[in-house]
Design a protein around this ligand. Sequence first.
Ligand code: SF4
Ligand code: SF4
Length: 215
Amino acid sequence: MIITQKKPIEELMAMLEGVTKVALVGCGNCATACQTGGQPEMQAMTEYLATQGIEVVGTVYPDECCHKLLVKRDLKAIKDTGYEAIICMACGDGTQTVADNVKVPVYPANNTLFLGQVERVGMFNEYCKMCGDCVLGSTGGICPITKCAKSLVNGPCGGQKNGKCEVNPENDCAWIMIYKRLEATGQLDKLSQTRKDKSYANVAYPRHINLREKK
Ligand code: SF4
Ligand code: SF4
């Protein structure tokens, strides 16, 4: 799930300077789970903007705001409402997907933080940085790119104290976790395997995949 957090409202209001009519776009998927772009948040935004002299003339709530065709279809329903700008209450992907479909400014209501595991309602943990070259098979299923503050792939830096990371002592040292997991699963031999230096060649932005081409 893509984890988002509301921007400070002053930042959003600064972007909206001079705008009197807006449309809101939420997201029925990740932003709803993050409580940043669901229907309650859209309602709260509508009420807040009214106190600031900004009228919400249209709202759109696609199942997924990062889905181009869904967004295009849903935006058609509000095309004649007279909005001067759009506030997108989804992630950065969703915001750009909206912007691809309209000819007015589109402003993000949220900051997009990370790809996260949902631990329970309202609790999210970063697990994967989408490096494009997964090494989980040799690290006991624990990601050293994400869980180690230095993204080290061949063992610890040596700075841990009492099992905690020297960079952020609130976090467990990733490599101690990896050692314990490999030990518990009878795979300690994998620690002696040298992993190739991480190649970020696969992470040349922006990335594209076309499954149709591969068929
Ligand atoms: S190595 Fe880590 S960051 Fe890379 S794909 Fe695997 S889990 Fe994601
Ligand atoms: S203490 Fe552990 S988690 Fe922190 S940077 Fe060093 S190896 Fe990585």
